[in-house]
Design a protein around this ligand. Structure first.
Ligand SMILES: Cc1cc2nc3c(=O)[nH]c(=O)nc-3n(C[C@H](O)[C@H](O)[C@H](O)COP(=O)(O)O)c2cc1C
Length: 350
């Protein structure tokens, strides 16, 4: 029951929280205008393959919800919109559905509404292989997201305090499942060291879940009424930085950029740097909850349209070409990468 109530609280507080002034780092990233881009907008191709299926754009409706009868409509709408726009979707943590069969349908609805699309299962990274397999089976998922959220747990009065065993558990889940496992953060960002460790454990997909968007430290502090310092609220790795930390490793690993992405230009910047997909959670939830399913549909169409404009303005007809276009990295992100010895000069010289 506590878990179910928490899921409702997260929606309520995520929607209530304004812009805390913490950025995702993409304001320091610039694409280059190409005045001689000799392309037709109609020919710009944003399609890609993910989990063996074709997506119309490199976009993911990131994990949000499930597990309470009142959120069934949210997953129904998200799945419908994912089907209509041809993008991927993840359900929220399925622990409630594994513990209580009465709420399983709040997750299953996603697969029912989108039988052929890419749908990802979702659980905490501490969930053992049997639960991971059951979550995948529940929605015939194409892959499983396991989330890491230490800052959130610590900010929650009822949260976990013991994170031992997490690395062993992830390894066991990765080898037990017959679908890919994506390790994701929920807003504090993955470091290069974490991504390298995950790679050495056999993980081939990560979602950086960086800072600059949904802030679970702020959400949990609002939920509990406990005061928290600005410095604590500011804990984390901005999304653009986390993406570069991962890409700087030069490993053959699929990196999803998420955390504070809002526009088609944000998506274009992430993809041009080298992200495989861009994930968005709260801005989609907000559009759906405060407006309508139609509004969400047109928001996603608008983001894809803006991505296409960015591609044309950069002179790229498809995503592979876009990934070869120059990018300028300035400000805090440039300073951070310099301190960490990540060579970003390659982007400007492309
Ligand atoms: C209301 C809400 C609930 C969420 N629940 C989950 C969850 O169950 N599992 C998970 O991995 N991430 C969850 N997330 C995190 C998102 O998937 C995403 O990583 C994070 O919100 C950053 O993206 P954003 O800035 O676009 O919101 C949730 C986010 C929101 C806003």
């Amino acid at each position: 029951m506590l878990r179910q109530q928490r899921k409702l609280d997260h929606i309520e507080y995520a929607l209530k929280l304004g812009q805390p002034g913490i950025t995702n780092g993409f304001e320091d990233i610039y694409l280059i205008n190409n005045s001689l881009s000799s392309l037709k907008l109609d020919n710009i191709d944003t399609t890609c393959f993910f989990m063996g299926k074709k997506l119309q754009a490199p976009l993911l409706i990131n994990a949000i919800t499930g597990g309470h009868p009142s959120v069934m409509n949210i997953n129904r709408s998200l799945a419908r919109v994912a089907r209509q726009t041809g993008i991927a979707m993840a359900v929220g943590s399925q622990m409630s559905g594994l513990e209580n069969s009465e709420v399983k349908q709040t997750y299953e609805i996603a697969r029912q509404e989108n039988p052929n699309g890419v749908i990802l299962a979702n659980l905490n990274a501490g969930a053992p292989p049997e639960q991971a397999a059951a979550a995948v089976k529940m929605i015939s998922a194409d892959g499983l997201q396991l989330y890491l959220n230490i800052p959130q747990e610590l900010a929650m009065p009822e949260g976990d305090r013991d994170f031992s065993g997490i690395i062993t558990n992830i390894s066991e889940v990765v080898s037990a499942l017959d679908v890919p496992v994506i390790i994701k953060e929920v807003g504090s960002g993955l470091s290069g060291e974490t991504i390298a460790t995950l790679y050495n454990m056999g993980v081939r997909y990560v979602d950086v879940g960086g800072q600059g968007g949904t802030n679970f430290i702020a959400i949990e502090s609002m939920r509990s009424g406990r005061e928290i310092s600005n410095e604590m609220l500011n804990w984390g790795i901005p999304t653009a930085v986390s993406l570069l930390e991962g890409l700087g490793l030069g490993l053959p690993i699929f990196i999803i950029a998420s955390g504070g992405l809002k526009t088609g230009i944000d998506v274009a910047k992430a993809i041009t740097l080298g992200a495989f997909l861009a994930g968005i959670a709260k801005p989609f939830l907000k559009e759906l909850m405060e407006k309508s399913e139609e509004a969400l549909l047109s928001k996603i169409d608008g983001i894809i349209h803006e991505l296409r404009l960015a591609m044309l303005m950069s002179g790229a007809e498809n995503l592979a070409q876009m990934k070869k276009k120059p990018v300028i990295i300035t400000g805090k992100v440039a300073e951070w990468t310099k301190c960490r010895g990540i060579d970003v000069s390659i982007y400007a010289q492309r």
